[in-house]
Design a protein around this ligand. Sequence first.
Ligand code: AMP
Length: 416
Amino acid sequence: MPFKELGLSDELLLAIKEQGYTTPTPVQAKAIPVVLQGHDILAGAQTGTGKTAGFTLPMLHLMQKSHPERSKNHIIRALVLTPTRELAAQVAESITVYGKHLPLRSTVVFGGVGINPQIAKLKRGVDILVATPGRLLDLVNQGKADLTHVEFFVLDEADRMLDMGFIHDIRKVLKILPKKRQNLLFSATFSEEIKKLASGFLHHPQFVEVARNQTSHQVSQVVYPINKSQKRNLLSKLIKEGEWQQVLVFTKTKHGANRLTKQLESDGIGASAIHGNKSQTARTKALAGFKAGDIRVLVATDIAARGLDIDQLPHVVNYELPNVAEDYVHRIGRTGRAGNTGEALSLVSHDEDKLLKGIERLIKKDIPKVVIEGFERSKEAEEPAPQRPQQQRRRKPDARKKSNPQRRNTQPSRRS
Ligand code: AMP
């Protein structure tokens, strides 16, 4: 079905054409007509499926057609909430692209950067606001963002929002919004918590579902069973010998990302790290450098997994598997986007076999295992030495304190 048949305005069709899109992706074909009819939607779609245009295009269409006089005053009529700054920036970029022939203004607000330029933009007036929850509430509390005229509310990547502990902020935002509005909720997964949240604010939603929890068919996946100590060497070899132009590499920890970045650099491979401990300026710079092709390897923790939208990214490497199986799907969704093909490689050490099983269970298939000569896994090198019984008994008094789970901060950190 061509875009023309969806009933979008000429201005939007022109922007779509200029983007080089010829046919709607499945989520767009399903979501656009439903949103145009004014329904709330509950959509199961991960990034890489074209979901941003799936909600942006019909929303822009409706804003253009209904109450065009409101656009003259540039009051906030649409609010898009995202969990991460990167995703917020990306969604805002898409709105600018798709809405370039419309007289609507949009802006993006998120934490980690100065608030004053954001206040200045809001003061000039915007029709569409993209935001992360923390900064949004800050602006609302300061009286700088008026949400009382919102007609469209989009909750993007709702599952990640909950993972990041944003539920209370979401509820606060919902209280401020006018009762009469159209709600669009996107989530890659549907836990009981998401269903509860959805039933609390969606009105007779239409379900739109595209390949939930399924990895993209465009992405070929492979596992390299390997010793932990050999991962770095194999990665450098793959990058150099494969003549990879660009690769996104995922590590489990921020510290691990920094360490691997340094190691790759010392192997003569240009690399940058992106994670939650980096300043927003550093994150934006690394991302821009990677998108521009100046940085060959971007080493990221899962914070970057969902938001990143890089054209033609052919390789994603899981240097370490994520603890949560769904994150694997999000990570590898960074490649093979919108019709392109991609390769997702996972370096899996002995201690990660359980995580791999969990991932294979989730995606309902076995990922092919390939052993590279010279990098074979030796079980002995990976298994922890058996502990002697006396060692277990001789515990320092404060060692127990350290292992008290209540003392550990297990909450996912909130970044906004
Ligand atoms: P998203 O899932 O919204 O992050 O979009 C993933 C990628 O698909 C982005 O790079 C979009 O520019 C691209 N895209 C979205 N819709 C289409 C389409 N209909 N045809 C081709 N590419 C698209």
